[in-house]
Structures are given as structure tokens and as C-alpha cells.
Design a protein around this ligand. Structure first.
Ligand code: ADP
Length: 622
């Protein structure tokens, strides 16, 4: 093994490349794994941002739907004296209902006019007058609904304190208020101690959402357009009231429970005063950006200016769950959490990468093996060509010189002439055998090793093989020990091919084992663990044997042992390969066992024809 040996060089380079590839693949796997967490975190962050954006558009859309209904009424009354507001509200309301934009959105609409404080500054028994909007299109005098006692008390307190400004229904789940301010011409001087720009409302409109309608109609449609249609489908959604968490407005999928378990949350249901009165901004446009924002009523916003709104007064609507709004919209990934879903997807990718890396390494290894085998085969073929040329040349030159002598009349004595004839015959037989072997090898490469498949007697095949090997056996001068059981079961196959296989083994025993002076050929019936019958043929000799390093290679085509080459023993390196192919075509096995110096034995096992099929063959087998 040194660097000048091209084979060693080639093998070293291959192993080096494979090693480098393995190191690279390992580094890739480690990098991939370590970046998994970072990538997962970044991906979770990105998807959470996107989810929050989508949830915000659901919130904005919902608020826009509600705002549209309110604005229809308020805008109709804007600029008119308060006496004309009632008819204006009704006009706007009817027009909005006819427009078909979720007409069932409001369960009840009330108009509340604050009353005068009772003498002594105490809260009045009934704070103000309430008018209920009749669905038929009229405001009718009504009582305070019992469940609005909180709003009622709030208003009573304000009247008592003489300060009407501020939200009166901020802690309700489904009720919100719109304060109405006197038109500039009617607003009069400010109340004592108040700044001029903040006037008190002169009345309120109270709207109560129909939660059932919101749950079944409004939210599902908004979720469809803002999430589902945009590919956000794998989340469970929940909307609940912040004022009263027991009020569940909407839910798709399992209950989220703790808001911290949600992947994203935003607030919604924030009806903003400037949206209600601002006619220029299209409904549904984002309202939480910089100067475009305005105050929201009932949410602790800055008070609006007297007689209308001043744009840009309020803080921007904060994003996420910390925003403003009476409700909270929560979303959680179906698989438990966004992180889990992202991590699972990344683990899948990592597993795929791992599999690809293994595949690459496996392919490289297989390629190297194929390459080495192809290389070895090419070398063997070259050896075979030179070997066979040598094999052919010897008998040919013997035949040629014998024929020349006969032609020239050098040989005249009849006894000598007979000897010459026998020599030519023997050498031409050897030539035929070589050509036969090569042709058979070529045939087995292109198709089956068997020409026919018929029942036959294994005993007679072995006898015939011994007979055909008589010359080789005689030349070796070995004692032949033959043990063929008389009652061998029949086997099925090609008698000529099987005879050739056994003959190759006997020929080898004679060629390589002659020094031992003994050759044993036996054929017995054997039964395996499963009760299957076999015919077992053994060919043994006591020659120098096969070295352990060679025994695995002797069945390779063109392979010849070192000793065979060194001692210039005739051969093509095809005999054992052919025998193996023939035996395997008979569904049998061939094994070699050698204890150099003691005994070398080849065992061929051919399955016997099953008993139940033997009758059919009996007449053909004979
Ligand atoms: P060939 O005999 O033409 O070389 P084979 O395929 O028949 O080719 O045998 C392959 C090799 O196996 C031989 O070259 C020889 O080295 C070894 N071999 C086969 N049979 C024997 C045996 N009985 N004893 C020792 N070596 C053997």
C-alpha cells in the first residue's frame, strides 16, 4: 500500500471525499438544528404579527358596521335644532335599515334627555326622560329598562353633581352611548367653572346590540371576509366582554379560557365619536393611526370639544389586547399554540433535511461501492482476456505442431501416429471445454442458466459428471472415493447444466487438490428443519485448499486464486461462477468450506421434487 499504487490512490481519494462529505453533512445537520429555535421564534413572531393585523381588521370592520348604523341617525340630525332631532333620527334610522347593512344589529335604541336636579342637589328619582325607538319608526315614551340601572344611577349622579359630561354606559357589555351636543348657535355660555371648549351633552342616544344577531350574523360574516377568505383558517376564535367575562359574544372551536393562552388578542367594539360625525372618512378604514384618531365615548377618552369634534385630539388606539374597546377578540392556533405549530413544522423540516442528508451519504457510499465493483470487474476482465489467450494458445500450438509433423511425414510409425491422434483429440477437447464455458457464461449473463426444466435423477447426473471428468481425474492420479446413495429423490432442472456444474467442481478438485491424492464425491438425501427434501452433492479434496482471504471471492466471475495464477494452473476463472449460477437457477445453494492443508469441500444442495408431484413426473424421470 503506497501512494504510487493507483488503486490505493483512487481508494484513498474516494474515502477522503466521503469523509469530507460526511463532515459537511454533519455540520449542516448541527447548523440546521441549532438554527431551528431562532428560526422558529422569528417565524412565530412574524406569524403573530400577521395574526394580530388580521384580528385588528376584524375589530375595525365590526366597529365600522356598528358606526354605520349610529352615524346614519346622528348625521341626519347634525346642524338641526334639537326640536327637530327626533324626526331626523327616525329618518336616518329607517334609511339605514333599508340599506340592508345588518338591520338586526340593534336590539333597542333609546333617546335620553337629562332631567333637572332635585332641589337640594340630590339624585332625582328618575334621571331624565327616556324615549324608546319603536321598530315601526317612532320614539315612544318609555320606562328605564330594569337592567340599565347602572346607567340610570350614573346619570342620576351626574345630574346631582351638575356635571353631565362623560361616559354613562362604559361598563356595559352590549350598550353604548352617543352624547349629543347642542348646535353651536344653541350652546349658550359655558357652565360656571368649565372651560369654554367642553360643553355638556344635551342628550344621549343609547344603543343596545342584539348579541344573538351579532353572534350568528355579523361576526361570522366578518370573520369570513377578514380571516377565512384571506387564508387565516387554522385558529380558534373567541370574543368576550371585558366588563363581564361571563358574557361570551362569539366562539369558534374550543374555549380559550385564560387570555394568556391566546396567540393574539385585540380589543374591539369601540364606537368613536369622530367616526360617528366625521363624514369624510370611509367606514372601516383603520382608525388607530396617528392624527386620524379621535375620542371614543364610554372608554375614558378625552372629552370632545363643544359643538362637535376636533380631529386628532385623542391618543392612537393601541394595538393588541391592550387597546380600547369593550370586547376582546382572542385567537389560538388549533394545535394549542402558534409556537407549537411553528416548532412542529420546523421539526418536520429538520427531519426531512436529516433524511436527505442520510440519503446523500448513502448514495455516495453506494456509488463508491458500485464504482469499486465496476473497477474490480474491469480488472478481472483484463486478466481474463490475457488468461484465456494463454489458455487457447497452449492447445492450439500443440495441435498445430502435431498436425505439421503429420503433414511433413515426420511421424510414420503407426503407434506414434496413434499417440499424435490422441494428443490432438485431447487438446481439441480442452479447447472445446474452454469455448463451451465462455459461451455458457455469456448465455447465463443474457438469460437463464437453464435450457430446460425437467425431472431428472441426481445420482445419474453425478455419475455422468465423474465419467466426463475421467481424463482430469486420471491426470491428477488421485484416488476417487465415490458414495452415491442409490435411492435419491428426483430433482427438477437442466441435466446438462447441472452435470456441467458438478464437473467444474470435480475438475477443480483434480486441478488444485491433486497433491492430497484423494478426491471424494458423494450424493445423499437430506431433510431440512422444515421437512423439505434435498439432494446434497459434495466434492472434496485434500489439496492445499483456499486461503481464508480468497474464499469470499472465488465465485466472482473471472476471479482466479493467487496460487492458481502463480502456478500457471489452466483456467478461466469462470468455473465456480457458472456452477453457482446453475445451482441457483435450480433454486439450490452452493457453499465452499476449506481448511487449507486438510480438506476443501464444495456442497451443492438441490431441492427434491415434492412427493405429491413425483407421480406426474415418474414416467418422464424413468
Ligand atoms: P479457474 O479454476 O478457472 O481458475 P474457478 O472459478 O473454477 O476458476 O475457480 C476460481 C478459483 O478458486 C481458482 O482459481 C482457485 O484459486 C480456487 N479454487 C477452486 N476450487 C479449488 C479447490 N478445490 N482447491 C483450491 N482452490 C480452488
Amino acid at each position: 500500500m503506497n501512494w504510487s499504487d493507483p488503486d490505493f490512490r483512487r481508494r484513498s481519494v474516494s474515502w477522503f471525499l466521503l469523509g469530507a462529505l460526511s463532515v459537511l453533512c454533519l455540520a449542516l445537520a448541527v447548523l440546521e438544528y441549532s438554527s431551528l429555535r431562532e428560526v422558529s421564534d422569528a417565524e412565530s413572531y412574524r406569524r403573530r404579527e400577521a395574526l394580530e393585523g388580521s384580528l385588528r381588521s376584524v375589530g375595525n370592520q365590526f366597529d365600522a358596521v356598528v358606526t354605520r348604523g349610529v352615524r346614519a341617525m346622528v348625521r341626519e340630525a347634525s346642524g338641526l335644532p334639537q326640536e327637530e332631532w327626533e324626526t331626523a333620527y327616525l329618518r336616518g334610522y329607517m334609511r339605514w335599515r333599508e340599506s340592508g347593512n345588518y338591520p338586526g344589529l340593534f336590539r333597542r335604541v333609546y333617546r335620553v334627555l337629562p332631567g333637572e336636579p332635585s332641589p337640594g342637589g340630590t339624585a332625582p328619582e328618575s334621571p331624565g326622560i327616556v324615549h324608546r325607538l319603536d321598530p315601526n319608526g317612532a320614539f315612544v315614551a318609555a320606562e328605564w329598562p330594569a337592567e340599565w340601572s347602572r346607567i340610570r344611577d350614573n346619570l342620576a349622579g351626574r345630574i346631582a353633581r351638575g356635571r353631565l359630561f362623560g361616559p354613562i354606559a362604559e361598563r356595559e357589555s352590549a350598550v353604548f352611548e352617543i352624547p349629543r351636543f347642542a348646535p353651536r348657535s344653541q350652546s349658550g355660555p359655558p357652565a360656571a367653572g368649565r372651560r369654554r371648549e367642553f360643553a355638556d351633552p344635551v342628550e344621549w342616544l343609547l344603543f343596545e346590540l342584539d348579541l344573538d344577531y351579532v353572534r350568528k350574523e355579523v361576526i361570522p360574516q366578518i370573520v369570513q371576509t377578514q380571516l377565512t377568505d384571506r387564508g387565516v383558517r387554522e385558529f380558534e376564535l373567541e370574543i368576550r366582554s371585558l366588563a363581564d367575562p361571563a358574557v361570551e359574544i362569539f366562539r369558534s372551536g374550543a374555549e380559550i379560557g385564560d387570555a394568556r393562552g391566546a396567540d393574539a388578542r385585540v380589543r374591539l367594539f369601540e364606537i368613536r365619536f369622530d367616526d360617528v360625525i366625521n363624514v369624510r372618512r370611509p367606514p372601516g378604514s383603520p382608525r388607530n393611526e396617528g392624527a386620524a384618531s379621535g375620542g371614543a365615548f364610554g372608554n375614558g377618552a378625552e372629552p370632545p370639544p363643544a359643538g362637535g369634534a376636533k380631529r386628532g385630539g385623542g391618543p392612537p388606539r393601541p394595538e393588541g389586547g391592550e387597546g380600547r374597546g369593550r370586547w376582546e377578540l382572542l385567537a389560538r392556533h388549533q394545535s394549542g399554540s402558534l409556537e407549537a405549530a411553528v416548532r412542529r413544522a420546523h421539526l418536520r423540516n429538520a427531519a426531512l433535511t436529516g433524511a436527505i442528508i442520510l440519503l446523500i451519504l448513502g448514495s455516495a457510499l453506494a456509488l463508491m461501492r458500485f464504482n469499486r465493483n465496476a473497477q474490480r470487474l474491469a480488472e478481472l476482465q483484463v486478466e481474463f482476456i490475457s488468461g484465456i489467450s494463454h489458455e487457447l494458445r497452449t492447445p492450439l500450438s500443440v495441435i498445430a505442431s502435431a498436425a505439421f509433423n503429420l503433414k511433413k511425414g515426420v511421424v510414420k510409425d503407426p503407434a506414434q501416429m496413434k499417440k499424435y491422434g490422441e494428443m490432438i483429440h485431447a487438446e481439441s477437447e480442452r479447447l472445446t471445454a474452454i469455448v463451451e464455458q465462455v459461451l455458457r457464461f455469456a448465455r447465463t449473463r443474457s438469460g437463464s442458466a437453464l435450457a430446460v426444466r425437467e425431472p431428472m435423477s441426481a445420482g445419474s447426473i453425478v455419475e455422468e459428471a465423474i465419467e466426463a471428468s475421467s481424463r482430469a481425474l486420471n491426470e491428477s492420479a488421485c484416488t476417487l472415493e465415490k458414495a452415491i446413495e442409490p435411492e435419491l429423490p428426483p430433482v427438477s432442472g437442466d441435466a446438462v447444466a447441472l452435470k456441467q456444474a458438478v464437473q467444474n467442481l470435480i475438475g477443480n478438485a483434480a486441478k488444485y487438490g491433486w497433491e492430497g491424492g484423494w478426491i471424494g464425491v458423494s450424493a445423499i438425501r437430506a431433510v431440512d428443519a422444515k421437512g423439505r427434501e434435498w439432494v446434497e452433492i459434495r466434492v472434496a479434496d485434500r489439496g492445499p485448499g483456499i486461503p481464508a482471504a480468497e474464499i469470499d471471492r472465488i465465485f466472482t466471475p473471472f476471479y482466479r486464486g493467487k496460487r492458481a495464477v502463480d502456478d500457471q494452473v489452466h483456467g478461466t476463472g469462470l468455473g465456480l461462477n457458472l456452477a453457482k449460477k446453475i445451482v441457483e437457477a435450480h433454486e439450490g445453494t452452493i457453499t465452499a468450506m476449506s481448511e487449507p492443508g486438510r480438506q476443501t469441500e464444495f456442497t451443492v444442495r438441490i431441492p427434491a421434487i415434492p412427493v405429491e408431484q413425483r407421480d406426474e413426473f415418474a414416467h418422464t424421470a424413468g
